[in-house]
Design a protein around this ligand. Structure first.
Ligand code: KG4
Ligand code: ZN
Length: 377
């Protein structure tokens, strides 16, 4: 059974073919270069580019999978959440293709696809409908506590089976990725900001500035990142990087040579550089995310955790959670980079399982730009 999946919820035009048990192709055409000059996604430009690219991306996905449209059994697309004008392109293309070919159509919630994406790596690309359908060595992956951290969402969920998930908490203001992108803007780094902050932080001091760990000790599992972003803003106003209000240039801590030994030394104290600010900000985000997911694992007595969404690419988040999980004997599911960011592979894979479970969507399904994860149908 082959499913063609389409994803156009934001600035990635993507199509994928998933066969039984396997992702056969997963083509992603990123619009990062198109939006870079504007420092963020411009919806009109995004939808126009989706329209220009979608047919070619689908053709490439079919070619790479080595299947023709005749060998496709269903067509799926993201219906939300995302940018309305972008979602429309993928959803209408999927409906049109399915109608013309007389195939079933399946609408997929983008967040639900992110939620299950780490399981794709651990079940020979098969999402388990329940534990008994997993190969014996992979049984009891579920239940798990899953964290989706992307540009638009930060959601912690308890997952007991496919389509069986309950939201434990989510952000009450900015998403984690949004905070990364906004802090990158304050520091005049490139777009998208998350990877840049991650890169600079690698040579910064995470203890240089004590930024707030908002809601870390609050009961419950909600998050808040807007105060942290504001704390960075005030910090920059009060302590211009390297003594200059502008520009906040990339820089490692200054080094000097000891005139007696010729060895390099770091003058102490040195004013925090943008690398230190990135590292300190990132550490605050990671502390909160790691603290909450570990607490949820304990409270819900699960031994599997998973990370999904663009921010799950963050090197510090991965490293810290990996270390904490191995200390506690917990299993951590991490999606590979191509499945972390927006891609149609995760859409087609979830649709494949819905198809096998006999689920179909009506052709009247409309885009839902602000759809939540909710409890899956
Ligand atoms: O899941 P995604 O591709 O799109 C959404 O559905 O939002 O996530 C994009 C977000 C952006 O905010 C981007 O800055 C962030 O993921 N991101 C990162 C890293 N790579 C991507 N944030 C922190 N560290 C990274 N290495
Ligand atoms: Zn996404």
């Amino acid at each position: 059974m082959n499913v063609l999946g389409i994803e156009t919820s934001c600035d990635e035009t993507s199509a994928a073919v998933v066969g039984t048990g396997r992702i056969l192709s997963n083509v992603v055409s990123s619009q990062i270069e198109l939006h870079r000059p504007y420092g963020g996604v411009v919806p009109e430009l995004a939808s126009r580019r989706h329209l220009e690219l979608i047919d070619a991306v689908i053709q490439t996905a079919l070619q790479e999978a080595g299947v023709s449209l005749d060998e496709i059994d269903a067509v799926a697309a993201t219906y939300g959440p995302g940018l309305a004008s972008s979602l429309l392109i993928g959803l209408n293309t999927a409906k049109g293709t399915a109608l013309a070919a007389g195939l079933p159509f399946i609408g997929i919630n983008h967040l639900e696809a992110h939620l299950y994406s780490p399981l794709l790596e651990y079940g020979a690309n098969q999402l388990p409908l329940d534990d008994s359908q997993l190969p014996p060595d992979r049984q009891s992956l579920l239940p798990m506590v899953a964290l989706i951290v992307s540009g638009g969402h930060t959601i912690l969920a308890h997952v007991t089976g496919l389509g069986q998930h309950v939201i434990l908490g989510q952000t009450v203001d900015d998403a984690a990725g949004e905070a990364f992108d906004k802090v990158a803007k304050l520091l005049q780094l490139g777009y998208p900001g998350g990877p840049e902050v991650d890169r600079l932080a690698q040579s910064g001091n995470p203890r240089a500035i004590a930024f707030p760990r908002s809601m870390l000790d609050d009961p419950g599992y909600n998050f808040s990142f807007s105060g942290l972003k504001t704390a960075v803003l005030y910090y920059l106003k009060k302590h211009p990087v390297n003594g200059n209000p502008q520009p906040f240039v990339e820089g490692k801590p200054p080094v000097e040579r000891d005139p007696n030994t010729s060895r390099t030394v770091r003058p102490e104290p040195h004013p925090p550089t943008s690398n230190d600010i990135c590292a300190s900000f990132q550490e605050a985000v990671v502390d909160v995310l790691v603290g909450k997911i570990l607490r949820a694992a304990e409270e819900y007595r699960v031994s599997t955790l998973s990370l999904a969404g663009g921010v799950s690419m963050n090197s510090r988040l991965r490293a810290k959670l990996t270390a904490e999980c191995s200390r506690r004997g917990l299993r951590l599911l991490l999606a590979s980079p191509q499945l972390c960011t927006d891609n149609a592979g995760m859409i087609a894979a979830l649709a494949h399982h819905k198809l096998c479970a006999g689920l179909r969507s009506p052709f009247s399904l409309e885009v839902a730009p602000s759809a939540g994860l909710g409890v899956a149908a």
